[in-house]
Design a protein around this ligand. Sequence first.
Ligand SMILES: [Zn+2]
Length: 176
Amino acid sequence: MRVCIHRGAAEIGGNVVEVEHERARVVLDLGLPLAAALDGESLPRTIGGLLKPDNSLLGVVITHGHPDHYGLIGQVDPEIPVYVGAATARILAEAAFFTPMGARIQPTGLLADRTPFELGPFKITPFLVDHSAFDAYALLVEAGGRRLFYSGDLRGHGRKHGLFERLITNPPPPPT
Ligand SMILES: [Zn+2]
């Protein structure tokens, strides 16, 4: 399993992470950079299959409903599977009436706390986390005997701080 952080490592927000294993790929978040104008940013050209589906890109997983994590999702081909929390999809759909930053996502699958799902060779387990966005997840991605834990955005001082403490005291179990 290989990981490429296209954006978000040297800046806050605008997260885009691509994970590849044996020619299968999944993208974690498609964020709009915080400094970008709403219509001034396009998809990273180095990620194939976002504008024209191919067999290798299996889907995009959105961790939560902040634009610096989902803001470019409206530009991808609608055939590409998108996975997101149920409440996040509803919130973004309702927000679309009020702001261009809303999004009408037709989820292929819904994220649920500590409920793994498979996407080709990838096993993905969402972990509900404490964040200012409702319905936010960290993601454990496993393939080929390797594991990536992508925290997304999280905090330990919010209304759901117990989720942070649960993550610390009950982290993802070791591989079996
Ligand atoms: Zn956030």
